[in-house]
Design a protein around this ligand. Sequence first.
Ligand SMILES: [Ca+2]
Length: 253
Amino acid sequence: MRRLLTGLASIPLALFISHVSTLVIDFPWGVYAAVALAVIGYGLLLTAGPIRRHVWSGLGKTHPVDVVLATVLITGALGGAGAWFLAKQEEARLLRDHVRNGGFEKGADFWVPDGTSGGGADSRGVLDTTDRRSGAAAFRFDHDSQKADGQWRSLSQRISRLRPRTFYAATFWALVSRAEAKPLFLTADAQWADRTYVGNELAGWREYRHVFNTGDSDFIDLRFVIEAPGTVWIDDVALRELRQDRPEPGRPR
Ligand SMILES: [Ca+2]
């Protein structure tokens, strides 16, 4: 009887662990643990005393074919439901946006203005409620210093609980005005090595995409850096995991 109850209890527990592990801590081993727990729970259920007595020893003797068929059907249905649940969960994970306040609707909350380096870049970063792509606000950089080492301003957000060795795509919308070529870039690595620059066109809001791999790290700093004269607005910043079988390295950045 205890085995029957343990078996019954372990299946919802497995669902709960799986749910928590993907949505709250984003921990892939949690899903594997949940699957293992569900399988063990089902095994306990099938071999529990009451089931053994009534099904395997009772019905199994009088209607063996029916019992085998029913077991196969139930196992298949549960397996299918489990696979469907995991697929849905994977889908939800890939849709999840990891950026907080990416549309600047809560002002500059969660964003860190890193000021200027080198001392004295003529540069400002403010919230703009007039020119924006969505909602009520966007973030605007005004930079007047000529391009030179250390003459930059940045705005960043640390994003943690990411998966190591995983491809992510950061997307954002930008509007550029009175700017020199390549006034601002987005980077996600500590060395600022891999950069996605905005153009200097005056063609209205345009979406940009920066694809990167987390390497051994489980966090990144998503950082916008302005380093050439111009005014650049950014809005609707988002970060989503890419399907691991399709990192889309060939897409334009
Ligand atoms: Ca906005």
